[in-house]
Design a protein around this ligand. Sequence first.
Ligand SMILES: Cc1cc2nc3c(=O)[nH]c(=O)nc-3n(C[C@H](O)[C@H](O)[C@H](O)COP(=O)(O)O)c2cc1C
Length: 202
Amino acid sequence: MTGSPARPSHADDLDGTLAEALRLLARGAADRRSPFHTPGIATIGRDGRPKLRTVVLRAFDPAGPALRFHTDSRSAKIAELEAAPSIAVHGYDPGAKIQIRIEGRASVHGDDAVAEAAWNASQRMSRACYAVAPGPGTAMESADAFELPATDEEIASGRIHFRAVVVAIERLEWLWLAHGGHRRAEFAFGPDGSASGRWLVP
Ligand SMILES: Cc1cc2nc3c(=O)[nH]c(=O)nc-3n(C[C@H](O)[C@H](O)[C@H](O)COP(=O)(O)O)c2cc1C
């Protein structure tokens, strides 16, 4: 067979493009093989510089739209988000050649029903990270001068450090690289989740 594969139905359809972006993010949360399972998240550093790191996408709610990731209260990103809740999220699927960029506002949950449900749904292995001592990012004299929890009780003691971060998505930008013509679109979301979109020059 020769020629390019047929262009998907969302190629020139704004609503279809948004639906495809939301579908890919939902899959990112559900499927650890999806490239969107491990997005980059950027915060504003206390020194004013951008800070960027990988996290696991734990949940995605297309109605918000909103996404959730988990982290340690002692990590730099929590202090950064408490000072400035603006956050950016980035993912790229090299197979589909689709980049998704998100801007939003983060809310940090530690001692409420959101955090409790997220902690209860976490695996033992994931929970264990939150009991590491001293806290993540602490300078050490040697490479292994930190302690991980060994018992269930020690793992449970990490609960106080566990934070679920929910990102309310305010803006989403789509970029699809395709032989027949790239496509770029941006969507803005109101507080009620309503979307307005427009095409941008790729
Ligand atoms: C594949 C991968 C997944 C990660 N997932 C998380 C995560 O879900 N939460 C988290 O806090 N850090 C995660 N990390 C570690 C962060 O990238 C980062 O190194 C750490 O959170 C410290 O960041 P900070 O000092 O800027 O807060 C992950 C790293 C990798 C490579």
